[in-house]
Write a protein that binds this ligand. Structure first.
Ligand SMILES: Cc1ncc(COP(=O)(O)O)c(C=O)c1O
Length: 398
């Protein structure tokens, strides 16, 4: 008889992929779908990166490579990260990974014991909750609330959740799904708490370079924090290469060595020739990378403007990420819809607009009063954004 390991019952998922499957099934029936559900990018990877990948294959970079990545890339990435963040990393701090996501599980595996408490953002990327619980830890949520111009970090809530068992903190600054961002003051406060309570921090910086206004900051650059931060870095979003699967863990040497050891056990090494491709991405011509950001910004503005013109909807305009997290409480009330799934499915079937809701970003917290949906504008062209959200608006007005 098949006997499944107990731990599997604690493994969560990324349910945005299930929404994708539902949207695909609806499209297969001959319906028009406007895809706002997945944080994928419908723009091509810059040509110089593609060319470099082909060249690397032709040059025979097709065998195994070092478990932590090719030295040239580790060195260049350390330099690049230091320039953007004001940190002091060297090659030894960089462990190349097959994407950004693997850093989450490896961070937990390397630093958390069963029973330890881990603070994580909720609403937030669902894999934190999944990996903490899968590995036998206690996932303790902290949240964000609506401020004047964007969502704001609930610092009081975070402070109240720290106990003698708290070991780790997950910070996703430039946050999915809310597009939230910590101020310098908030980062300083988080650093103060990490030092005071001896917390190690996963800095999920997947969207560090997806920024339209202002400048991204890293918690790791604050005094004393490089020693206790593990940066999740990914090439997926900045180079529009989500399907290539390449990223990195950037960590203090001792942790980087442990994570390199996990690499040996998990995948031996990350894809060899893609590492040469991103060398070109980092050091080569940036024209196409800049173009990607320009296109995303136009999409953001179009989507925010339409959402804010709908009665019962309010929507911030985040300076970074490619997500919007509109509050649709008023609209749902007006339509007499009381639950997320009914709302999402009704909108999909009546307008073709497909999105995730708050339910896809961690277990809902007690006493949530407002309803939110997440729109990803990375995978849909501006004319389709206007057409799709225009239909949504017309449906809302009925
Ligand atoms: C907050 C966050 N972290 C990590 C990842 C994973 O990135 P990757 O596709 O490079 O594994 C994502 C992807 O959507 C994300 O939103």
């Amino acid at each position: 008889m098949l006997k499944i390991a107990d731990r599997m019952s604690r493994l969560g998922s990324e349910t945005a992929f299930a929404v994708s499957a539902e949207a695909a099934a609806f499209a297969k029936e001959g319906n028009k779908v406007y895809p706002f559900h997945l944080g994928d990018i419908n723009l091509p990877t810059p040509k110089n990166i593609v060319d470099a990948a082909f060249k690397a294959i032709r040059d025979g970079k097709t065998g195994y490579c070092p478990n932590s990545g090719i030295p040239q890339l580790r060195e260049l990435l350390a330099k690049d990260v230091n320039e953007a963040r004001g940190t002091h990393y060297a090659m030894e701090n960089v462990v190349i990974q097959p994407g950004g996501k693997p850093t989450i599980g490896k961070f937990i595996m390397a630093l958390m014991n069963p029973g330890d408490e881990v603070l994580y953002p909720n609403p937030g990327y669902p894999i934190y909750e999944s990996q903490i619980e899968f590995n036998g830890g206690k996932a303790v949520p902290y949240t964000y609330y609506e401020g004047k111009e964007n969502f704001e970090f609930d610092m009081d809530g975070l402070v109240k959740s720290i106990t003698p068992k708290t070991r780790l903190l997950v910070l996703n600054d430039l946050q999915n799904p809310m597009g939230a961002e910590c101020s310098k003051k908030e980062l300083e406060k988080i650093a103060e708490l990490a030092l005071k309570y001896d917390l190690y921090v996963l800095c999920d910086e997947a969207y560090f370079d997806i920024r339209y206004e202002g400048r991204s900051k890293s918690l790791a650059s604050l005094p004393g924090m490089e020693e206790r931060s593990v940066i999740l870095y990914t090439f997926s979003k900045k180079f529009a290469m989500t399907g290539w699967r390449l990223g990195a863990t950037i960590a203090p040497k001792e942790i980087a060595t442990l994570i390199g050891k996990i690499n040996v056990n998990d995948e031996s090494c990350s894809n060899h020739f893609i590492q040469y491709a991103v060398l070109e991405g980092l050091a080569g011509d940036q024209t196409e990378v800049k173009k990607i950001l320009g296109i995303l910004k136009e999409r953001r503005d179009a989507a925010v403007d339409i959402m804010n013109s709908i009665d019962g909807v309010t929507c911030f305009r985040p300076n970074a990420t490619f997500y919007l997290f509109p509050n649709v409480t008023g609209l749902m009330k007006r339509k007499g819809i009381a639950d997320y799934d009914t709302f999402r499915k009704t909108v999909l079937h009546e307008t073709g607009v497909s999105f995730c809701t708050r339910l896809h970003f961690g277990r809902p917290l007690p006493n949530e009063k407002n309803f939110y949906i997440r729109l990803a504008y990375s995978g849909i062209n501006i004319d389709q954004i206007k057409e799709g959200l225009g239909k949504f608006k017309a449906w809302a007005a009925k």
